[in-house]
Design a protein around this ligand. Structure first.
Ligand code: LYS
Length: 299
């Protein structure tokens, strides 16, 4: 694998809980660098982007969004940093921050591919818009924005195009989907493995299918992993926990399978919130998960 470029992307204001800006450092303190060293993977850690997390936290009556201008600005910064890392030929590893950062990440990544694939590992679909969102929190809208649907200030970051096509998008682990999101999924034909599907087919088969599906159609795969995708028993330190997720083991195996299939071209892990955590447990799981995507094995 080429050199890894690590970017801390501490946006917090696309969701209501303080503390997710500490996520990147919590993952570093869980031993990320040492894990990469042990795998003989070289890296440059560019530190944390200086993001201004200051908004009114009020829902704008016109757009129904909270902190739109500030979230746009932060994601523009992220897109630029991701582009720099890509131009150096490095493998981007982005540490969040709330899940809105995927808007900046994919805005930076898309121009380097013809058909970029995305695996969205998450308890939620993040397919809301200002019209459908129950909360006004932009972290619940980031996948929709990447598919070109949402406020124009967000969808136009680094170009007006869709950053990813619906047929190149796979959601894994969903178990909390709003009504508007359900319609969106059907309209756009996005592939979704809900927890019901994972339970019925088993995580191994789901991953085999997902890898097979993407391999035939894309020239790069971005993994956008929200730690709330994992069962909150293992990842309590996150703002929007939903019971009934895949276990630590299932998730870890899924990540090892992605590594072994050699499909990933960038990785991001989001929504680690140390202020809600129990002894940095969630960041440690995040570090394990990242190490698995880079090929760490037990034997
Ligand atoms: N679907 C809910 C919303 O839009 C929760 C999103 C949580 C994203 N991490 O507010």
């Amino acid at each position: 694998k080429n050199n890894v470029g690590i970017i801390g992307a501490p946006i917090t204001i696309a969701q209501p809980n303080l503390g997710v800006d500490f996520g990147p450092n919590a993952i570093r303190y869980a031993g990320l660098a040492k894990r990469l060293d042990q795998l003989n993977i070289t890296y440059n850690d560019y530190g944390n982007i200086n993001i201004k997390n200051e908004g009114s936290d009020k829902q704008d009556p016109k757009t129904n969004l909270k902190n739109l201008d500030e979230v746009v600005k932060g994601n523009q910064q992220i897109a630029e940093e991701v582009k720099l890392v890509k131009k150096k030929g490095e493998f981007p590893l982005i540490l969040g921050g709330d899940h809105s950062i995927a808007i900046g990440t994919l805005a930076g990544l898309y121009e380097f591919y013809d058909q970029l694939g995305v695996i969205w590992f998450d308890a939620h679909a993040d397919l809301n818009t200002g019209e459908t969102s129950p909360s006004g929190n932009i972290h619940g809208m980031s996948l929709a924005v990447n598919l070109g649907v949402g406020d124009e200030q967000l969808t136009s970051i680094n170009g007006n195009q869709k950053k990813v096509k619906p047929e190149n998008t796979i959601i894994i682990g969903a178990r909390s989907i709003d009504d508007g999101e359900r319609d969106f999924i059907k309209e756009q034909g996005i592939k979704v493995y809900t927890m019901y599907d994972i339970e019925r087919k088993g995580m191994e088969n789901v991953m085999k299918e997902a890898i097979q599906y993407l391999k035939g159609r894309v020239d790069g795969v971005h993994l956008s992993l929200d730690v709330d995708g994992i069962d909150p028993l293992h990842t309590p330190g996150t703002g929007t926990r939903v019971v009934g997720g895949p276990s630590y083991r299932e998730t870890h195996m899924a990540m090892s399978m992605l590594h072994d299939a050699e499909v990933l071209t960038s990785v991001e892990v989001v929504e680690v919130n140390p202020l809600l955590d129990d002894q940095n447990k969630t960041a440690e799981v995040a570090a394990d998960i990242i190490a698995a995507t880079f090929g760490e094995k037990y034997l």
